[in-house]
Design a protein around this ligand. Structure first.
Ligand SMILES: [Cu+2]
Length: 316
């Protein structure tokens, strides 16, 4: 069993063990009886005939009634856990989760401006939650079906485009736990992992704001800030900076290049074009690429776009 780090873990594991023990018990009983009868009623001589066998009402009743009762126990037990795990308690910490090829973005309505992203350098910090407080995730996808799975919490739910799905949990242990996408979602599905960090409630807010708010630091150059945005806001998932081709074109040598577009026209890749590519990526699509880039309208402000441009300028 994976580490148990939420209030659901024990319930889920107990039911799981119960079902496994029940299976084992009946496997032994049924296989044992079968072996014993094979031996006991074996044919002893060539002309031995089977005696006439009628049925036993008592045994037939028991082999129907006992499994029915046991299955009802499993059903009611499972149903109670399921209901408890479906309905969050009042006033949970609300978190918005967006799944996207091939990373997660996490936002907190209570903390505007905070955004965590699993495509960051290792460890890919994705979700921060306080210990001992109910947390409710409202999840959606911008492209294909993903699935949000934290084994240590025993929570898993599909993340579907055009629909919101919810799960909640309460973490019981401080630490870092793995997050996976468990719905095959394309080439780099296996990269769609992340880290869930559980903090003491007293540290939570401070640490979250430190990790989640992206602002230019004292003395940081525009280009260095742009590089952080590139890593933190998921550009790194599709754009390389060393010339290697990805889902999108490499940024190496991009600035000032004459770009051929899919409609047959060309454009000089300078500030205006780069800015448009970030806010309205499907307006001018680079020839040879699918229009797979999400719009960052409302997610990156003007200053951040300028920082990205300054960073791209340095990638000769
Ligand atoms: Cu996925």
């Amino acid at each position: 069993m994976p580490t148990a780090a939420s209030t659901f873990a024990e319930d889920t594991d107990n039911l799981y063990f119960f079902i496994t023990a029940l299976d084992t018990l009946f496997f032994v009983l049924i296989m044992g009886a079968m072996g014993y009868f094979m031996w006991k009623y074996r044919r002893r001589s060539k002309d031995q005939k089977t005696s006439s066998i009628t049925h036993s009402g008592v045994i037939e009743f028991l082999w129907s009634a006992i499994p029915t009762v046991l299955l009802l126990v499993v059903f009611i037990w499972g149903e109670c856990d399921f209901v408890r795990q479906s309905v969050a308690p009042a006033d949970p910490l609300e978190v918005r989760v967006t799944g996207q090829k091939w990373y997660w973005t996490v936002e907190y309505p209570k903390y505007p401006g905070v955004s965590l992203n699993s495509s960051t350098e290792e460890p890919a910090l994705t979700l921060m939650v306080p210990k001992g407080k109910p947390v409710r995730l409202t999840m959606t996808s911008t492209d294909v079906i993903h699935s949000f799975f934290v084994p240590a919490f025993r929570v898993k739910r599909d993340v579907v485009p055009g629909r919101y799905t919810q799960i909640w949990f309460e973490a019981t242990r401080i630490g870092e736990f793995n997050l996976f996408c468990t719905e095959y979602c394309g080439d780099f599905h296996s990269n769609m992992t992340g880290v869930v960090k559980v903090l003491e409630p007293d540290d939570f807010e401070r640490e979250l704001i430190k990790a989640g708010v992206l602002t230019q630091e004292e003395g940081e150059s525009m280009a260095a800030y742009g590089e952080r945005i590139y890593k933190r806001r998921g550009c790194v998932a599709c754009h390389s900076v060393d010339g290697a081709d990805g889902t999108g074109p490499s940024w190496q040598g991009l600035y000032g290049r004459t770009e051929s577009l899919s409609d047959g026209t060309t454009v000089k890749a300078e500030d205006q074009y780069i800015k448009d590519s970030i806010y309205e990526p499907n307006k001018q699509v680079v020839a040879g690429y699918a229009p797979q880039m999400p719009s960052y309208q409302g997610q990156l402000d003007n200053e951040q776009v300028t920082a990205v441009i300054e960073y791209i300028k340095t990638l000769k």
